[in-house]
Design a protein around this ligand. Sequence first.
Ligand SMILES: Nc1ncnc2c1ncn2[C@@H]1O[C@H](COP(=O)(O)OP(=O)(O)OP(=O)(O)O)[C@@H](O)[C@H]1O
Ligand SMILES: [Mg+2]
Length: 468
Amino acid sequence: MKKSKKKDRVRKAPMSLSDIETTKDIKIPKDLLDQVIGQPTAVRRVRLAIDQHRHLLLVGPPGIGKSMLAQALAQHLRKPTEQVNIVNNPANMQKPFIEVVKHHSEVKTVSPQEVPAYVSEQLGFKCSICGSYGKYNEQYCTKCGENKFKRVSPRDEIRASCYAADGTEHDMTYKRKGGRIQIIGQEPELAVKGADKKKAKRTLIPLNRKNFIHATGASEVEMLGDVRHDPYGMHPEIGTPAYLRVIPGSIHEAHEGVLFIDELPHLGELQNYILTAMQEKKFPITGRNPQSGGASIKVDDVPCDFLFVGACNIKDVQEILPPLRSRVLGNGYEILLETAMEDSEDNRSYMAQFVAQEIVKDGKIPHALREAVDEIIGESKKRARIIDDQRNSLTLRLRDLGGVIRLAGDLASDEGAEFIEARHIKQAIDEAKPIEYQLQERYGSVWKGIEKDHIINPEYGKVGSSYL
Ligand SMILES: Nc1ncnc2c1ncn2[C@@H]1O[C@H](COP(=O)(O)OP(=O)(O)OP(=O)(O)O)[C@@H](O)[C@H]1O
Ligand SMILES: [Mg+2]
């Protein structure tokens, strides 16, 4: 995995509120991690997870940035370098092979002695007469004195095929770079011996793929893969061979990336498979329907080396399988996210950055005046107090606050206003009050409101809303 650069770690101080007239003046960081507001511990842990290849469990109420942190983690990972192919196995069609082709996105620079001889000759380093090496721009070999370029005309760059130990052929580009040679291409690596270019194969996991797989609520088949049924599967002429019927699961698609599962406990027993996959970094694909012909097909060693990020609400933590939590704790971090942050000068500026981010992300609403940002800050202070009982704080339940910004933006655009003004925010707050807020207004507190669900009706002496 790519190491995040040191400079990434220093978070720039946000622009002071007094320096802006509208949210247009706020520079939004490109790094998604720097866009996460009010969760410094979680952000630090995510950076560690990137560097050290660790798993994460993010716990906290809805809309405070759990999915955002997981996506930010994926943004920092190196692009996948492995393509996974599935190869027909003529000796046993029910057990196709896996072939892993490793692509080097980084360019390798080597000495002229390290490339195939004919490449070195074409690039002018090797004498085609006596075989000794010299400078590419010397026409006559310093060893035998012959004209090196009698048989070859020297070039700056050539494309050539290279044969790997297993016989597979790979295209490479060799480029002269000073006195050395740059190699741009791919290097094959076989997970299973026996696979070769003559055998039929197809790409199971392409090289160019997303490295963030959101597998929330996935079924067993979606999570672990499957083999499609074919009534003529075993027939050599009319059947579809097994290797063409294999479907990867989310755990395989997340290879070299992030497997993100929200509402983790809802996966139930599937959590067991995930922990096995995390441990082995390989997981077989087999037909998951016992009635189907696919059930007799099994592909071993399908790679699934992912970073696991699980998320859940606080009350659901107890439902996560203990062995899975132990895998995360043994090689990663469990993080309880914050629900509010101190109402300080800096944090107000971060809140302004949040407003700017939401506006830019939406793309359809106008920017906000500073007075509108102040209004949002006032609202976030109220919400911290009402919802989380936190004084002198700003709420971090930001999805809901984002809803207020969008509604205010819609009101402003509807009027043709150039900017979101304080009055738009006020109106939006009024129209989009969360239930807790409405309970506070109507009953004086959230808890008093909750009690209204179960009232003992003195007349009937019974409990329940139907007797109200
Ligand atoms: N800490 C934060 N910093 C900046 N934006 C945030 C933050 N938290 C939430 N948001 C905004 O709210 C949106 C929803 O947040 P996100 O999906 O990450 O919440 P979540 O914690 O995963 O919620 P859920 O439990 O419902 O899945 C984000 O896309 C972002 O616009
Ligand atoms: Mg989420």
